[in-house]
Design a protein around this ligand. Sequence first.
Ligand code: MG
Length: 387
Amino acid sequence: MKNLSILGSTGSIGCNVLEIVEMFPDRFSVKALAAKNNISLLAGQIERFRPEIAVVFDEKLAVELGKSLHARPGVEILYGAKGYKAAAKHDSVDMVVTAMVGSAGLMPTLAAIDAGKNIALANKETLVMAGDIVMKRASEKGVRILPVDSEHSAIFQALKGNRRKDLKKILLTASGGPFLNLPENKFNKIRPKDALKHPTWQMGKKISIDSATLMNKGLEIIEAKHLFNVSHEKIEVVIHPQSIIHSMVSYRDGSVLAQLGIPDMKGAIAYAISYPERLPLQQPIPDFTNIGALTFLQPDMEKFPCLSLAFKACKHGGTLPAVLNAANEAAVNAFLNRKISFTDIPAIINKIMKQHVVTENPALTDILKAHKWAGNQAKEEILKYKY
Ligand code: MG
């Protein structure tokens, strides 16, 4: 029996994890559930999965959650940073699934690593912000970090059984998002509801906007760099609109290994939480005879400047990726609240990155300081925009 703590249990990944747990009740047990503010969904999850602790964002929500539970099934309700940390390092937990949205995932993930828990990593921002520190601590603690991100799961699988020195390139595939074929001169008319409609994947709001700007792919480049310990020069982005190939790895003999599947997160999630075993998921395989052509394109960095900003941050390192991430979070939030336009997102990130004086080889405190600075700068910048 593997005991799980799920940070971000009410999000898209969290709900998928719980569906898998429900399919295999003799393999997984849920010991901790942490969410932000979706009390009604969390209350239902508590009654179904009977965790030992449940965590929400603040005290008011904790009280509300307590009231909304019909029978109190012996669950301890905690809140805030302390609560998330407690869920991450809870004694009876073997593995922590980090599926919180954005930068909020960093500190609980570090707490879980320090407590020696294996990580199923869905929160890519953790590695974007502090990849060097996180990977070093994980290796010191003998903690395994298993990717939940579908591309990184694919790369992880394609690297298995090969010598690292034979690796030539990581080919990170991207669907291209909903605006792949939209002419650039229409980009300033894009509304949040257009950007939230992803053609192939079902996801949460933040990641859907990131997929529309291609920042998601940018963050994934930085995630891959840390997860697989490769330089940015070995990572290439390939647009593949059908999302059947989840990513590829090429070797020095010209061989390319790819991992394929239908675009559904369950495969990658199940592999991360049950590694090295593959669970009998009953997922269909792609219908190859009816699928038509699988196509590939080069990404258009002019049309999607977020991707080139992320390459820049990846190459430079230091505190720059944390700044990219914080400015992006603020800009995406402002776009969702209709304070700025779609094309303002990369403009704001670019401006904040240019203003930043990078700290090389940053300590965690430098990263947190840069993160806070960039978020505040971006918020101030956003006020100047009329939309
Ligand atoms: Mg992904």
